[in-house]
Design a protein around this ligand. Structure first.
Ligand code: ADP
Length: 403
């Protein structure tokens, strides 16, 4: 007799599809369950069978050399019609439904059958965990109990699989989204760089050549335009640095950090003299590293240490380095405004700023760029700080950087 089709068949098949398990290869976790089922019930055959539209697929088949059979001759397709019951057939030759079944009359001679429906959390019977013998048999209540528990474990594995699949899918989508964002940021900043610089240069030229001839109002507007175009070029430059951070020229070379820091200090000399800032640093090592990366990180951290000060306070900045065995730990400390603990992570996010542009100019890209570079080279970057008491930014660089 052909098995009946459950009333909820359409939804049951959709639910089964959601697990993405049909036609997958055998897996140890499932094989171990059929192995235990066989031992406990003393049967040569045990199966995890999933009842598909026209067939039953075996996720695990112990003692049987096939991965699927037609649904018409499937015992399990009968069992799923009563999801809350175990179906026990002590001798199929004596059962009208199965007596003429080719698996009873011929190989593998399914004489004894017991199948526990695998019911998922939505209540759909997806298939069974069953045990089979080629001679009559039966199960004790303890054996039934254990078979039920094993069935529950199979369903839990299915659910775990589904959760895992959806996690992987979200990760993939996120990765592709992030890739798209990166290439968008790159394209936008790369293509905007030239026109923005041009606007800035011509506004400056206009200001220089015609500034005197303009009235106060026009001069004020010109100053706004100059300021805006300058900020735009800075933003575009920083965006470009951020979006190319992981494709930076990655040649590892010997980098003299003392020299690098001196170059950055020289670059900031104007600001330092104007504000009376004091910068000191430990005797720095010569390290194996990517010069451009190190320069971007130190440049950003030192610039921030000088910038985030209360008006009128002279910045005192110290750059340190500790040999931590497998990596170098660098630090940049300041006596500035500090950062509340709740923002320790957030400040490394793209465009996250704790102040408006009038208080402190900036783009919110510097620390995000540092983080991206450091993490790409298997390092870490973090901050320790207290509001009003200054901040120390730390970052690590692996000693043997691999390409
Ligand atoms: P930007 O300086 O361009 O705003 P960053 O990514 O370098 O962007 O920094 C993000 C935010 O972190 C800053 O806007 C500021 O609020 C905070 N910050 C960074 N460095 C310091 C520092 N040394 N002291 C206090 N706050 C800081």
């Amino acid at each position: 007799m052909h098995p009946l089709i459950p009333a909820n068949e359409k939804y049951r098949l959709e639910a089964l599809d959601d697990y993405n398990i049909l036609d997958t290869l055998p897996e140890q976790e499932y094989d171990e369950i059929t192995k235990i089922a066989s031992y406990i019930c003393n049967t040569p055959i045990s199966l995890i069978s999933l009842v598909d539209g026209n067939r039953q697929f075996f996720k695990s088949a112990r003692g049987l050399d096939t991965s699927e059979t037609s649904r018409d001759v499937s015992f399990c397709a009968h069992a799923i019609n009563k999801p809350e019951e175990i179906m026990v057939i002590p001798d199929s030759r004596l059962d009208d439904r199965f007596a003429d079944n080719p698996f009873v009359t011929g190989e593998p001679h399914v004489i004894f059958y017991a199948g526990i429906p695998l019911v998922n959390i939505q209540g759909y019977a997806l298939g069974t965990l069953c045990v089979i013998d080629n001679k009559p048999g039966n199960l004790s209540s303890i054996q039934i109990d254990i078979l039920k528990s094993l069935g529950n474990q199979v369903v839990k594995l299915f659910e775990l699989r589904k959760a895992n699949n959806s996690l992987m899918a979200s990760r993939k989508a996120l990765e592709s989204y992030s890739e798209q964002m990166k290439s968008f940021a790159y394209m936008a900043s790369h293509d905007l760089k030239e026109p923005a610089r041009m606007v800035h240069e011509f506004v400056m030229l206009l200001q220089k050549a015609y500034g005197e001839k303009l009235d106060d109002k026009a001069r004020k507007y010109m100053a706004f335009a100059a300021d805006g175009s300058k900020r735009m070029t800075v933003l575009i430059d920083e965006l470009l640095t951020y979006s190319t951070a992981d494709s930076l020229h990655r040649t590892v070379e010997k980098v003299n950090i003392n020299k690098l820091i001196n170059e950055i200090i020289n670059f900031n000399e104007g600001d330092i003299q104007q504000t009376g800032a004091v910068i000191s640093f430990d005797n720095m090592p010569e390290i194996e590293g990517v010069r451009t990366s190190l320069e971007i990180i130190f440049r950003n951290l030192i610039a921030n240490a000088l910038k985030y000060q209360l008006p009128g306070v002279k910045a005192v900045v110290h750059i340190g380095c500790i040999d931590k065995g497998k990596h170098w730990e660098f630090s940049v400390s300041d006596n500035g405004i500090g950062i509340d603990k709740q923002y320790y992570e957030q400040i490394f996010q793209l465009f996250k700023r704790l102040h408006n542009k009038k208080e402190y100019p900036g783009t919110g890209l510097g620390l995000a760029t540092c983080k991206r570079i450091v993490e790409q080279q298997q390092g870490e970057i973090w901050v320790e700080s207290a509001e009003g008491k200054g901040s120390t930014f730390y970052f690590t660089i692996l000693k043997s950087t691999t390409e």
